[in-house]
Design a protein around this ligand. Structure first.
Ligand code: CA
Length: 241
């Protein structure tokens, strides 16, 4: 199983990246700044590094040059700067590829597996598992009944009081995920990671879909029945009282 070092100072983005990569079977280590990243790379080998360029202690370009000074590990750079000169500079400094933020989990996985494929012959110790980044082996969601709401992920149907709900694909996925975790508070970040599979997408995307889902369930955020917002934490699906 390939190992990846995630270097990212934003804790919620770091956590999302870790989740996306872990779910795909990567062994993930992480660092929140440039010097910790250098220490990690020195201490034990990794198969690839995902390096955020906006770090608190080191300029990302310098961090990259320092990593290059001690290791030929493939480095995928995540940059907020969509600037051609900057990107050329990064590639010249030894990056194997780059991603411009915001990017989706799918894009990260595709770029990462491409970098690992290209470099695996040059890094025989890499041990890149064939198909490591192919289809996700997500936990299958089970049919759930909560109050008068019945959700069947296999059949992709949802009924409320015997009436079939007409949901968009995303609304259905969102409802099925929340139903699978009935009674548990699920953070918006987790929904973005596991339902959208795009950890960099804005939280508001979740809000928009939640409000249309609420409307179809015949409720409002101010008078919820099934979908409770736990302020500052997330959303949970419950049986109405
Ligand atoms: Ca950053």
């Amino acid at each position: 199983m390939p190992s990846v070092l995630v270097v990212e100072d934003d804790p919620s983005i770091r956590q999302s990246l870790i989740e996306v990569l872990t779910e795909q079977g990567y062994a993930v280590r992480s660092a929140a700044d440039g010097f910790s990243a250098l220490r990690e790379v020195t201490q034990s080998p990794v198969d690839a590094v995902v390096l955020d360029l906006g770090l608190p202690d080191l300029d990302g370009g310098d961090a990259l040059r320092m990593i290059r000074g001690i290791s030929s590990v493939p480095v995928l750079v995540a940059t907020a700067r969509d600037d051609e000169a900057e990107i050329i500079n990064i590639l010249n400094a030894g990056a194997d590829d780059y991603l411009v933020k915001p990017f989706s989990g799918g894009q990260l996985l595709a770029r990462l597996s491409a970098v690992l494929r290209r470099t695996s012959s040059a890094h025989p110790g890499g041990g890149v598992a064939a198909g490591a980044a192919v289809a996700p082996a997500a936990e299958p969601l089970r049919p759930t009944t909560v109050g008068e709401l019945a959700v069947d992920p296999g059949a992709r149907t949802a009924y409320l009081a015997g009436q079939e709900l007409r949901l968009t694909r995303r609304e259905f996925d969102l409802l099925a995920f929340l139903a699978h975790h009935t009674g548990q508070v699920v953070s918006k970040r987790r929904l973005l990671t596991e339902v959208w599979r795009e950890p960099y997408v804005d939280d508001q995307t979740v809000d928009v879909h939640l409000s249309s889902l609420r409307r179809k369930l015949g409720e409002r955020a101010s008078a919820p029945r099934y979908l409770l917002t736990v302020r500052g934490v997330g959303i949970k699906l419950v049986a109405p009282r």
